[in-house]
Design a protein around this ligand. Structure first.
Ligand SMILES: [Cu+2]
Length: 141
């Protein structure tokens, strides 16, 4: 009987774990950047791509405030890009990442959660996105 109670308790703890990881809205493995609005009214964000991740991989920006997104990659050999396909929210671009930073400018027009990812893929290997090279742009009011 005691063993059954222990087992039930263990199950309960396991079930509660994901909820703990969700604290503050950040999921495990997420690196969050909440963009401040600079004095000139622009939200500036720096994003780095590596093998195979983006840092940060969760970007929070305000709706209807211009965004300047500076992107580069920190690795040399593997090609990476950054794709966001959300024209309904005014965010729609695809850019190859270079070692030299490039600046992407857009103004998000609709609150919501929009995926960003690298769409590179080599032959039959899993895509970079499948390997974890993805994230989210969260547009908030
Ligand atoms: Cu990639």
């Amino acid at each position: 009987m005691k063993r059954i109670v222990m087992f039930a308790a263990a199950l309960f703890v396991l079930a509660a774990l994901p909820a703990l990881g969700d604290e503050g809205g950040e999921k495990p493995g997420q690196t969050t950047f909440r963009a401040p609005v600079d004095a000139d009214g622009v939200q500036r964000v720096e994003l780095v791509g590596g093998d195979y991740f983006f840092r940060p991989n969760r970007i929070i920006v305000r709706v209807n405030v211009p965004v300047e997104l500076r992107v580069r990659k920190e690795t040399v050999l593997v090609p990476h890009d950054l794709v966001v396909n959300a024209p309904e929210a005014g965010i729609d671009f695809k850019i190859d990442l270079e070692r030299e930073p490039a600046v992407i400018r857009f103004t998000p027009t609709k609150a919501g959660s929009y995926p960003m990812y690298c769409d590179k893929k080599l032959l039959f290997f899993p895509s970079h996105r499948e390997k974890g090279m993805e994230g989210v742009i969260e547009v908030v009011e």
